[in-house]
Design a protein around this ligand. Structure first.
Ligand code: PLP
Length: 432
């Protein structure tokens, strides 16, 4: 071709959570029965949507307006409802103009990074949720810039690392937080968020806080929304219904923008995101109409409380199984629905294996583990030997070796079998 049409950053796009599926599907073709533990979709893992939520959506489906386009930023009444919730909860003043709807946070994240000035970087956590890290890296054409989440400190962010990276790299214009966190299940207390906002203020950068799991917090932990600590720093909270109703297939999420009127350049940047959405007309309308009816329903709080109790029970169940296993380090999740299992230093090598009786499956796995990270090697053997599909931690932009499990399986027996089988496999693998 007379022009190179390859985007400079495309090779930074990776999403291990889905990429591992290709390996799992190949193994399925070879006859392995796969237990999918890779994706954060509660519906896929058997969670039932409460009938009253389905009734609300069913009623909406009968209304013609839910089939039409809506305003570019989203349904005005829904944005008013969300703004009023923030103002009531946090005493913070936002208007409907500070809320912008997207087709899921996936769409929001893609726009946030695509429309950021090329040389402006956003510092994000490691381990990282791949959608953010890949989009940021692809936008810049370089590797994603990260700060450390420290397992020895319950996966809390390393504040010195954050401050030093920002101080000595003036291309960093923004800081990304995920609270509660995917993949660690950590929840950040108010004082930590305040310290982070203090750093952002000192160095005059903006903050993005992914709060998609904000209402899945348990095991005695407490946190606050970004709006409660942001002060006058430019900030964006990312919210959605994928994990909460749960309705990931609705592809519906939104931005809550703080302090755009105090920072003219930030306001223009937000305007660029809205203009980008305008080219698509608007985001999906049906779930936007459902939001005030579902979140405003008196049954919603109980729904959230029931789910918190469910995930707390499973977090403790997982911790009880894995904390007894040698060679790994586990921290009890406090929020979201994931747990990261970390291999202790120097425990893995590229000779370890799990026995696989089927010769074709064995050959497939042996070929796939050539030149891969040590944690991926374990994950591939676990897939081939036991059919359990988890995501290696090095797939989350991390140098630490481990893997992520989810707390989503609704079938109690299957869930316990899965975790106990993984625990036995770790033992067998590191002693092989
Ligand atoms: C931290 C985080 N943000 C965003 C998303 C994606 O959300 P959505 O379904 O709204 O695209 C996920 C999905 O797993 C997530 O874990």
């Amino acid at each position: 071709m007379r022009r190179n049409i390859e985007h400079v950053g495309w090779d930074q796009l990776s999403y291990e959570i889905r990429e591992i599926v290709a390996i799992g599907e190949d193994l399925e073709k070879l006859g392995v029965d796969i237990t999918w533990e890779n994706i954060g979709d509660p519906v896929q893992k058997g969670e039932k949507i409460p009938q009253w939520i389905k009734d609300i959506v069913t009623d909406l489906v009968a209304e013609d307006k839910t089939y039409g386009y809506v305003a570019t930023q989203g349904v005005p009444e829904t944005r008013e409802f969300l703004a009023a919730q923030i103002n009531k909860r946090d005493g913070y003043r936002v208007t409907k103009d500070d809320i912008v709807f997207f087709n899921g946070l996936g769409d929001a994240v893609a726009k946030i990074f695509s429309y950021l000035r090329r040389e402006a970087r956003v510092l994000g956590p490691s381990p990282a949720y791949s959608t953010h890290s890949s989009a940021e890296a692809a936008h810049s054409g370089y590797h994603h810039l990260t700060y450390d989440l420290v397992p020895e400190n319950n996966w809390m962010p390393d504040l010195d690392d954050i401050e030093n990276k920002i101080k000595y790299n003036d291309s960093i214009a923004g800081l990304l937080l995920i609270n509660p966190d995917n993949p660690t299940g950590a929840v950040y207390p108010r004082h930590l968020l305040e310290q982070i906002i203090g750093i952002a203020k000192e160095y005059d950068i903006f903050v993005i806080c992914d709060e998609i799991y904000a209402h899945i917090v348990f095991n005695g932990s407490e946190t606050v929304h970004l709006s409660q600590v942001i002060g006058d720093v430019p900030g964006i909270a990312l919210r959605g219904i994928s994990k909460e109703f749960p309705w990931p297939g609705s592809r519906c999420g939104w931005l809550e923008v703080f302090n755009q009127d105090k920072h003219p350049v930030f306001k223009k940047y937000i305007q660029s995101l809205i203009s980008a959405k305008m080219l698509e007309v608007c985001s999906t309308s049906l779930p936007q109409y459902a939001i005030p009816r579902v979140i405003g329903d008196p049954r919603y709080e109980q729904h959230l409380a029931d789910r918190k109790a469910m995930f707390e029970f499973r977090a403790n169940e997982a911790w009880n199984i894995f904390s007894k296993v040698d060679g790994i380090h586990v921290i009890k999740p406090k929020g979201a629905f994931y747990m990261s299992i970390l291999f202790k230093d120097n425990i893995l090598n590229n000779k370890q294996a799990l026995p696989i009786s089927d010769v074709k499956v064995k050959a497939f796995v042996e070929q796939k583990v050539q030149d891969v990270e040590d944690d991926k090697r374990f994950v591939y053997y676990l897939l081939g030997a036991k059919g359990i599909c988890v995501v290696p931690l090095t797939g989350f932009y991390s140098n630490r070796k481990g893997f992520r499990i989810t707390l989503l399986e609704m079938d109690d027996e299957k869930r316990r079998w899965t975790w106990e089988t993984i625990a036995d496999s770790i033992n067998q693998y590191i002693n092989s």
